[in-house]
Write a protein that binds this ligand. Structure first.
Ligand code: SF4
Length: 216
């Protein structure tokens, strides 16, 4: 019986994912639906050739689909700053390398059903690279991040914060409450909000909507 429920869930997710893909295409994005993590990884590998450099900012999703290992196997140079062994100087350089890589591979905090992509940032590195860059931009977004409208997307972008802070062994008011209290904590990581309404002028931007829950 649970198999029947699973099939219904898969179909419903695909219907929603395809609706978002349609909306994204109408806005000028290159967009596809991938039913699973494995299919999402295949789509990423279709877009990123061997031997190029890839910037990967703070994203659980990209790591969850196994893209880091697979791209490294293909001889790509991966720049990512989630390495606690980096000195402040090295970290700063890696952040710049991420920004300037041939491809910028990331997720989003939320996406609306009509294709608005929402991200919130503490350092501004992710949102600035999404807003301006000469490289090809690729988003991989789990179906759990699709929201009904922009207000829900902004709310959702802050829902992702408590687990993100806890992952870094940090402490913000929302790690105690489990929800955003629009804090004044010096440790606040919600500082810059980006809403992409369309692909930025002249920038090739791909979006892969995945029919599984991914990221926070
Ligand atoms: S504004 Fe503060 S309380 Fe709200 S999600 Fe961000 S860090 Fe947490």
């Amino acid at each position: 019986m649970s198999g029947l429920f699973d099939a219904a869930r898969v179909k419903a997710r695909e219907a929603l994912g395809q609706s978002v893909v349609k909306a994204l295409k109408a806005k000028g994005y290159e967009a596809v639906y991938a039913p699973s993590k494995e299919a999402a990884l295949e789509e990423v590998l279709k877009l990123i050739p061997e031997g190029v450099s890839v910037g990967v900012p703070g994203t659980v999703t990209v790591r969850e689909i196994g893209a880091m290992e697979k791209l490294e196997e293909r001889g790509c140079t991966i720049y990512h700053h989630w390495n606690p062994a980096l000195s402040p100087e090295e970290r700063s350089q890696v952040l710049m390398d991420e920004y300037c890589a041939d491809y910028f591979l990331t997720s989003a905090n939320a996406i609306t059903r009509d294709g608005k992509i929402v991200n919130i940032d503490g350092n501004g590195n992710r949102v600035s690279a999404m807003a301006w860059g000469r490289n090809t931009l690729i988003f991989v977004i789990g179906i759990n991040k699709v929201t009904s409208d922009l207000e829900a997307a902004i709310t959702r972008s802050r829902t992702a914060t408590p687990p993100n802070v806890l992952r870094l062994n940090g402490s913000t008011p929302c790690t105690q409450t489990g929800y955003c209290v629009d804090c004044d904590s010096p440790a606040r990581i919600c500082r810059a909000l980006l809403i992409l309404e369309r692909p930025v002028n002249g920038r090739k931007t791909h979006v892969i909507i995945v029919g599984e829950d991914l990221g926070f």
